[in-house]
Ligand binder design. Structure first.
Ligand code: DX5
Ligand code: ZN
Length: 218
């Protein structure tokens, strides 16, 4: 299985963000958490800051939109140059239409579900997307503990992906991914791993990326 590691810059040092981005350039994708203080009780990067981050990053940017109105606004993050744009199912009035608009822009399309949302709720959209993001914490903050009660959902998603034909969507996990938990998520079927604290709290983030990669590849 191809393993992808996606460092989240949410808890990187904001006073030297561009340097912090350069420190993780051996990763597969840079994970950009966009929060609007409506969908989640926290606010992060403005669209202007997102454009700067995307322009600076040497690796493709994986934008994770925790915003209340993705149906109107997700396209802005595709136009800003993201390689991948993931929006929350819970925030969308018409996920199928938003997936279509994003796809037409040429970006990879991800759909995210919060811990209380079942896999079955989005199962019929699986064929339309490039990535499913199963949140393993309540979205909003870095540094929370991995919710192991999400593992059966990851297993269900992997089983359903296995039954598809053609190019298969990636299965991403986000929240509490560490050296201890990454193998649990990988064994359940995840192939794409967001890690914030684990990477940025390490003394050598690049080395931690390699260690996480090995731990996920069993
Ligand atoms: C949480 C964000 C995550 C967060 C992960 O809502 O979506 O991407 O930065 O941080 P850690 O790895 O510290 O849980
Ligand atoms: Zn995220």
């Amino acid at each position: 299985m191809t393993v992808r590691i996606c460092p989240s810059i949410l808890n990187a040092d904001r006073t030297r963000l561009l340097e912090e981005i350069d420190r993780v350039a051996t990763a597969d994708l840079l994970h950009l958490d966009v929060m609007d203080n409506i969908f989640v009780p926290n606010q992060t990067f403005s669209i202007t800051e997102c454009r700067e981050i995307i322009a600076h990053s040497k690796i493709p940017v994986d934008s994770h939109l925790m915003i209340a109105n993705p149906d109107d606004d997700a396209i802005l993050y595709a136009e800003a140059g993201s390689a991948s744009v993931t929006f929350h199912f819970e925030a969308s009035q018409n996920p199928r239409a938003t997936i279509k608009v994003l796809k037409e822009s040429g970006v990879r399309v991800g759909l995210a579900i919060k811990p209380k949302t079942t896999f079955e709720a989005i199962a019929d959209l699986l064929e339309e997307i490039d990535m499913l993001l199963v949140m393993t914490v309540e979205p909003g903050f870095g540094g929370q503990s991995f919710m192991s009660d999400q593992l059966p959902k990851i297993e269900s998603a992997r089983a359903a992906i296995g039954a598809l034909t053609g190019v298969l969507p990636w299965l991403q996990v986000d929240g509490g991914i560490s050296l201890e938990t990454i193998s649990l998520a990988a064994r359940a079927g995840a192939d794409t791993f967001v890690a914030g604290s684990a990477i940025y709290k390490a003394s050598n983030p690049a080395e931690m990326i390699s260690i996480l990669r090995v731990a996920a590849d069993f």
